[in-house]
Design a protein around this ligand. Structure first.
Ligand code: ATP
Ligand code: MG
Length: 722
């Protein structure tokens, strides 16, 4: 290169520089959070371009999300000082897969204008196949088979590859035939599913070595971010493109962190990290150990926590960002989730008064139902927020469906609501019926629900549809009668039950279904603070109206899973309670491995913070519709005393290594004895109305005990977890 080193290289440490400048040969960067892995990738691309080693179109770069791809493109442009004319092969595995497939569709029997089916389409199609095979689709639900196909495709298994045992598991051994039939059907429809976006390119490359060779020539440099979360199919795809015959350049660079592998439940294989060194012999493995993101306290807390995992490759992390003003990671306790949202809201407003931007703050939740409370609170406070990586709570599919039922009961003229739910769940009231109803209503200028009530008296509909419609209308009549005198939360629950809507999700075998059921429970819960159904509906329309301008200064709310790769000055981590985090489901389904993945998720959460990290737990949470007194998360016990403090309760902190979180911290305080010396959160508890406490059947003294482990809690765990 000679001459002056370009500016973009100047700030890098020696290991980063090595990772950027080792452009020839396979490179694996294995390093902890915030060590500059993504920055290395970006700088590497800039360096390749800047030194004229390749054109933008000769670089294949894979990111985990589309958003990350956009950001990387912008950064590269900044580094090379000017717009990069396109980076056509910078994107997620799926977006790159689509591109490849459009080019070579004919090689797998598709034409280039193929459609990509969404999950609903896929399920509908599979259901048809199951019925066509003469199988009972109640016994063998289409959703379940869709899930199986997805799992197979994540593993790179086509119909011909699936193991005997797997095939037997579904439809009395006909799973394999069904899978074949499914692929054939897709082909006829000129369609593919999400998994095919990887599977088809793999097949294309395998069957057409010359074409593969062409791509080897094209892609001079291959780069992959978040490598620890690739699944087997992605790895196969990558290996086909990156593995070259002897003597050919093999310039592939993957960066990742085994401690941040959080998509095992979706088929990601941490082992791909180990496989890399085997499949790319002579790979240079570079470790980055200096963290540039977080303070010593944040890093110390995260490192100590993750050390409790067994299956680790192991690495060191340090930071120079030690400032005497740095605050420790703060652990806060609240009575319940409403209070948690209120307390976090206050903390945010206080930061805001201190001239901190909302853009620099994020709330990272374990489960999406937790978002609702924050959204409601922020609307009340007039704090701007945005939900990242998913719709806002009230915009979610299941919430909109449920709301449509409530609206139609309270506002029978709401035709949009009517159309939304009349055939959800499926009742045999398809498009034809809806169109007939629509015309009927139009002609008479009446709402559709009223039209439906009329039309069943005529013979305009087929008997089956007429019967189905009759049944629904009976329900709506009943619900409307109940509207005035039944408590609205009760009615809401009744509506979701009787309409079959809850059952629809209970019978749904997809990965999202449990989350949707949780959200529905949360919806009912959110109604409690309103006087009536109508009051609630009004509130929601206000929330839905809240601005979500991209350019607005706003707090980000997202799940821990979608926070990967991101960073914020201040991070709030609510809901650190047993059952929620670690999540019961992952413990039940995957045992120890599940627990370790949860812990990695906690590690990802803490390491998103640059300067301030606030962790919250509540003593009471409503889970699956029932109030439960909760135990603080075991992860709290696993945080090191030196880097963590209990907010507002420093005086009793000394004892807290003794027997787990709660006991030692809380047993010292004389509950509610004198409110001025009682920490804020306890005062808030003491001030709860008697009615609230009666619900619990507890007196105040008892309530405090619940906050800690009390007598029934886990014993003998220390703060060090050792
Ligand atoms: P994660 O594992 O969370 O994805 P990462 O390893 O990809 O983290 P980056 O996001 O690339 O880390 O970097 C973390 C932060 O540190 C960023 O703000 C980045 O700009 C900064 N950073 C990285 N390297 C340096 C450096 N040499 N000098 C100054 N800042 C740096
Ligand atoms: Mg990164």
């Amino acid at each position: 290169d000679g001459g002056k080193r370009p500016d973009y290289l100047a700030g890098l440490n020696p290991e980063q520089t090595e990772a950027v400048e080792t452009l020839e040969g396979p490179v694996l960067v294995l390093a902890g959070a915030g060590t500059g892995k993504t920055r290395v990738l970006t700088t590497r691309i800039a360096h390749i371009l800047n030194t004229g080693r390749a054109f933008p179109s000769q670089i294949l770069a894979v990111t985990f999300t589309n958003k990350a791809a956009r950001e990387m493109k912008e950064r590269i442009a900044l580094l090379v000082g000017g717009a990069v004319e396109g980076m056509p092969w910078l994107g997620t595995f799926h977006s790159i897969g689509v591109k490849l497939l459009r080019r070579h569709a004919e090689l797998v029997g598709l034409s280039s204008d193929f459609t990509i089916l969404d999950t609903d389409d896929v399920v509908r199609l599979i259901k048809q196949l199951i019925q066509a095979e003469g199988l009972d689709d109640k016994r063998w639900p289409a959703k379940q088979f869709a899930g199986m196909i997805d799992t197979w495709k994540n593993k790179g298994l086509g119909p011909a590859d699936i193991p005997e045992g797997d095939a037997r598991a579904f439809a009395n051994g006909r799973g394999r035939d069904l899978y074949f039939a499914y692929q054939a059907r897709l082909s006829t429809l000129n369609a593919c599913d999400f998994g095919d976006l990887l599977m088809h390119p793999i097949a294309i490359f395998r069957k057409n070595p010359d074409l593969l060779k062409e791509y080897h020539g094209r892609f001079r440099y291959i780069l992959v971010d978040e490598y620890q979360d690739t699944n087997t199919a992605q790895y196969m795809w990558l290996r086909l493109l990156a593995q070259r015959s002897k003597g050919e350049p093999q310039n592939v660079c993957c960066v990742g962190d085994d401690d941040q592998s959080i998509y095992g439940w979706r088929g990601a294989e941490v082992d791909n990290i180990l496989r890399f060194e085997k499949d790319f012999p002579g790979a240079k493995v570079i470790k980055l150990e200096r963290n540039y993101r977080s303070t010593e306290h944040i890093l110390g807390a995260a490192a100590h926590l993750i050390a409790h995992n067994e299956g680790r490759l192991g690495k060191t992390l340090f930071t120079d960002r030690a400032d005497p003003d740095d605050v420790k990671v703060q652990v806060h306790a609240s009575w319940d989730s409403e209070e948690e949202a209120r307390a976090i809201g206050e903390e945010i407003e206080q930061l805001q008064r201190g001239k901190h931007l909302l853009n620099d703050m994020a709330i990272l939740v374990r489960a999406s139902f937790q978002m609702r409370e924050f959204e409601d609170r922020f609307v009340t406070l007039g704090l701007n927020y945005r939900v990242i990586g998913g719709p806002r709570f009230y915009e979610r599919l299941e919430i909109r469906d449920a709301m449509a039922y409530f609206r139609l009961v309270a506002q029978p003229a709401d035709d949009l609501a009517f159309e939304r739910i009349i055939n959800t769940p499926k009742r045999g009231l398809g498009d034809t019926t809806v169109r007939a109803l629509h015309d009927y209503a139009r002609a008479r200028d009446i709402p559709m629900l009223a039209a439906a009530a009329d039309i069943i008296e005529t013979d305009e509909l087929k008997p089956k549809a007429r019967k189905a419609l009759f049944d629904v209308i009976q329900f709506f009549r009943r619900w409307q009668e109940l509207l005035e005198n039944t408590p609205h939360t009760e009615l809401a629950e009744q509506i979701l039950e009787e309409s079959g809507y809850t059952d629809m999700w209970k019978n749904d075998k997809s990965a999202e279904a449990p989350g949707r059921l949780e959200n529905l429970k949360e919806l009912i819960r959110s109604m409690e603070s309103f006087e009536s159904m109508r009051g609630f509906l009004e509130h929601v329309s206000l929330v839905m109206d809240a601005e979500t301008n991209e350019n607005l200064d706003a707090v980000s709310i997202m799940t821990l899973h979608s926070a990967k790769g991101l960073e914020f000055d201040t991070v709030f981590l609510p809901g650190w309670e047993e059952g929620l985090f670690p999540h019961q489901r992952s413990l039940d389904e995957s045992g120890r491995a599940g627990l370790e993945e949860e812990r990695r998720l906690a590690y990802v959460g803490i390491t998103r913070a640059k300067r301030r990290c606030h962790i919250w737990f509540v003593s009471n949470r409503r889970i699956h519709g029932l109030w439960q007194s909760t135990l603080p998360s075991r992860f709290l016990d696993e945080l090191p005393e030196t880097h963590v403090e209990v907010a507002e309760m420093e005086q009793s902190y000394g004892g807290y290594g003794r027997g787990g979180y709660g006991q030692s911290r809380f047993d010292k305080a004389e509950p509610f004895a004198n409110s001025y010396s009682t920490p804020g959160w306890k005062r808030a508890q003491a001030n709860k109305t008697d009615a609230t406490r009666d619900n619990w059947g507890t007196r105040s003294g008892h309530a405090v005990e619940r906050i800690g482990y009390g007598e029934s809690g886990p014993k003998g765990r220390t703060i060090d977890g050792e």
